[in-house]
Ligand binder design. Sequence first.
Ligand SMILES: [Zn+2]
Length: 57
Amino acid sequence: MMRCPICRKSSHTRTSRYLTSNTKEAYYQCQNIKCSSTFKTLESIAKVLSRPEIIKG
Ligand SMILES: [Zn+2]
Protein backbone atom coordinates (compact mmCIF):
# COMPACT_ATOMS: atom_id res chain seq x y z
CA MET A 1 0.00 0.00 0.00
CA MET A 2 1.16 3.48 -0.84
CA ARG A 3 -0.35 6.63 0.62
CA CYS A 4 -1.95 9.07 -1.78
CA PRO A 5 0.63 11.74 -2.69
CA ILE A 6 -2.14 14.39 -2.84
CA CYS A 7 -4.17 13.88 0.35
CA ARG A 8 -2.02 11.30 2.23
CA LYS A 9 -4.95 8.91 2.73
CA SER A 10 -4.68 5.21 1.97
CA SER A 11 -5.04 3.92 -1.57
CA HIS A 12 -5.95 0.68 -3.35
CA THR A 13 -3.78 -1.20 -5.82
CA ARG A 14 -5.70 -1.35 -9.09
CA THR A 15 -3.24 -3.48 -11.02
CA SER A 16 0.42 -4.34 -10.91
CA ARG A 17 2.98 -6.05 -13.08
CA TYR A 18 6.64 -6.98 -12.94
CA LEU A 19 8.84 -4.96 -15.25
CA THR A 20 11.89 -7.03 -14.31
CA SER A 21 12.36 -9.74 -11.68
CA ASN A 22 13.44 -6.99 -9.26
CA THR A 23 11.04 -4.20 -10.22
CA LYS A 24 7.27 -4.01 -9.94
CA GLU A 25 5.03 -1.32 -11.37
CA ALA A 26 1.73 -0.75 -9.57
CA TYR A 27 -1.26 1.47 -10.31
CA TYR A 28 -3.10 2.91 -7.33
CA GLN A 29 -6.34 4.74 -6.74
CA CYS A 30 -6.90 6.91 -3.68
CA GLN A 31 -9.67 5.67 -1.39
CA ASN A 32 -10.66 9.18 -0.36
CA ILE A 33 -13.82 9.85 -2.41
CA LYS A 34 -13.17 13.60 -2.40
CA CYS A 35 -9.73 13.02 -3.90
CA SER A 36 -9.87 9.80 -5.99
CA SER A 37 -6.49 10.52 -7.53
CA THR A 38 -4.71 7.78 -9.43
CA PHE A 39 -0.97 7.32 -9.58
CA LYS A 40 1.58 4.68 -10.32
CA THR A 41 4.62 3.51 -8.42
CA LEU A 42 7.79 1.60 -9.13
CA GLU A 43 8.82 -0.76 -6.37
CA SER A 44 12.21 -2.40 -6.56
CA ILE A 45 14.49 -4.59 -4.47
CA ALA A 46 16.98 -2.22 -2.83
CA LYS A 47 19.30 -4.92 -1.52
CA VAL A 48 19.26 -8.66 -0.88
CA LEU A 49 20.33 -9.01 2.75
CA SER A 50 20.69 -12.78 2.88
CA ARG A 51 20.08 -15.68 0.57
CA PRO A 52 19.87 -19.44 1.04
CA GLU A 53 23.21 -21.29 1.11
CA ILE A 54 22.19 -23.53 -1.78
CA ILE A 55 21.99 -20.61 -4.24
CA LYS A 56 25.30 -19.00 -3.27
CA GLY A 57 27.71 -19.13 -6.14
ZN1 LIG B 1 -5.97 11.20 -2.26
